[in-house]
Write a protein that binds this ligand. Structure first.
Ligand code: SF4
Length: 252
């Protein structure tokens, strides 16, 4: 997209600033596409599927082609500015980052969210044929496919957002920042929304399970436990106002 066009779009009052920061990235199901700059840009760029495929292929080729060139440019600029690239990130920094990553991954909430992702994967794998039969028998008006779609969409999303919230909260604490709204609350809020929707979708699936499949109840209970734990760990998350989605339009 040309720079002028991008500038023009960015200045368009129709778009809500930062709306895409705390959404679930499910543009196909989003009720705010007409207010989202991100969506508008990708629609303009990729409106024709064929053109999109061609552009995507060209994009990845271009990107890999420019990597070497970019690194060379970076080294040259660094030499000019007297910066030693190797010293920008010290061994200690790397160790520190690794320790932080490990702490986030080991956090109880993150482990629980990750466990949920794996559990869902196993659950669906074990029932592949059963679902095929159930989808064929589904009554009109109640969509099993949609419930599955919701669960699958959020299966890994929940974990990613919980991890982001935990990491953000730990960094905010380190920096002594206790402002509201905080980014960690925003991440936790969208994780909670994804959990709520997944619970609803599991309830639809439960409706179709004809045998004594207690595992669905276990999954719902597990998700509910995760929901409560996120709410307790980040108590302001539910009150976080997501631009555009939670009733307040900052551009008006
Ligand atoms: S706000 Fe909606 S349209 Fe924009 S990126 Fe998020 S899901 Fe997609």
């Amino acid at each position: 997209m040309k720079r002028d066009r991008l500038k023009k779009l960015a200045a368009d009052k129709r778009f809500i600033s930062g709306i895409y920061n705390y959404c679930d990235r499910w543009c196909e199901r989003c009720p705010m596409t007409s207010r989202c700059l991100n969506f508008s840009i990708s629609e303009e760029e990729f409106s024709d599927p064929k053109a999109r495929d061609i552009q995507n292929e060209a994009f990845w080729k271009k990107l890999s082609g420019t990597l070497g060139e970019t690194l060379e440019l970076l080294r040259e600029s660094a030499r000019e500015w007297g910066i030693e690239l190797e010293t920008l990130v010290s061994k200690d920094d790397v160790e520190n980052m690794k320790a932080k990553d490990a702490a986030v991954e080991n956090h109880l909430l993150c482990r629980a969210a990750k466990r949920y992702s794996g559990w869902v994967e196993d659950w669906f794998k074990e029932r592949e044929t059963l679902f095929f039969e159930m989808a064929a028998a589904a009554r009109e008006g109640v969509s099993l496919d949609e419930a599955i779609e919701v669960i699958r969409w959020y299966q890994y999303f929940i974990c990613a957002k919980v991890m982001r919230a935990i990491r953000g909260r730990s960094e905010e604490e380190e920096e002594g920042c206790d402002e509201f709204p905080s980014d960690s609350d925003g991440s936790a809020k969208i994780a909670l929304i994804a959990i709520d929707r997944s619970i609803g979708a599991w309830a639809v699936i439960q409706h179709y399970i004809t045998d004594d499949d207690k595992e669905v109840i276990d999954l719902i209970a597990f998700l509910d436990g995760l929901r409560q734990a996120v709410e307790e760990t980040l108590p302001s998350a539910r009150s976080f106002i997501r631009p555009g989605f939670d009733g307040i339009d900052p551009s008006r």
